[in-house]
Design a protein around this ligand. Sequence first.
Ligand code: GDP
Length: 382
Amino acid sequence: MAPSAMPDGVGVAHLPNQRHKIVSKRGANFTLMVCGESGTGKSTFVNTLFTTSIKNNKELAKRHAKQVDKTVEIEITKAELEEQNFKVKLTIIDTPGFGDYVNNRDSWMPIVEFLDDQHESFMAQEQQPTRANRIDLRVHACLYFIRPTGHTLKPLDIEIMKHLGSRVNLIPVIAKADTLTPNDLAKFKRNILDVVEAQGIRLYTCPIESDDESTTNNNKDIMSALPFSVIGSTEDVVTADNRKVKGRQYSWGCAEVENEEHCDFKKLRTLLIRSHMHDLISTTEETHYENYRQIQMETRKFGEAKSKKYENPKFKEQEEKLRLAFTEQVKKEENRFRQWEAQLVSERDRLNKDLEEQHAKIKAMETELENVYQMQGRNMRR
Ligand code: GDP
């Protein structure tokens, strides 16, 4: 049959639809990580995301909300989202905040180690004969929470973001946007982007151009909001015009989580869950995982275990404490020995002195006795 006789071609054009059907049936696994200084609102953000996205899973949101205030170790929460028959298995990784340790310089290392470990574990599973039921916790997006100082990024933020950006799709987030005025927020965003550019920090950027003009405009709109400002809250508040919304109540009114004039929470949620989840997953596989794999293949022999580059700062701190306690104990013991030695020396000196005195006494007695004998001898001769 001549090609012209086949009006629909061979059917290649349907492949995107077929792929869409397969993906819809299987659903997707999406792993999101939150990190940043402690107290910046990471846990609150996760709870807000759950309460605003998982409408039919209040129990899970409640369970997550009940967790301890301060995240002290890497915490993993799983949830399932379903929209128009499309299932997403969502895994959220909450990390311990920086600034909790005496030495904060290295406190981000366990997080970087965790990211590398997930690539490593996936790579090891890929080399197994059976690859079904693989455990995959490779992080598809990492939200980095920036304290709303209104100035710029701190040196520690810069260092951490550099390490994260080279391993994962890094998305910067300005926490507690309700604490900054719109002018200060806009200035803060510009300062952050300037530092990001000057320091060569790699951020996630989504593809902008699309066949559909409204999608292109949405993409532009989302990317122009970077770094995303967010307000976190699971509380319902009532606005001046009587709407019940998630937000934070103040004497001057309320800061609304889902109001685009108040913050970029909605844009960020759209990017993560609606518009760019697939891009985040595929760039993780095609760019970050491939990058890791390539470096490991070039630097390691086949079957060789990965070297532990980073140590847990928590253990380092404990080790330092133990070392100090040990040194202190040794010093105390040394002092005790010195005192004991001094006591022994003075006792020895006293005994020596006694002995010398006894010697002198005996000597004197001997001399006296000798004198007596001599006297007696003379008297006898007479
Ligand atoms: P984490 O240590 O980063 O997980 O921080 P938390 O989520 O525990 O939040 C620390 C404190 O900041 C809590 O008292 C929260 O109520 C508060 N908080 C969280 N998000 C916001 C926000 O968007 N605005 C304001 N003003 N406070 C917030």
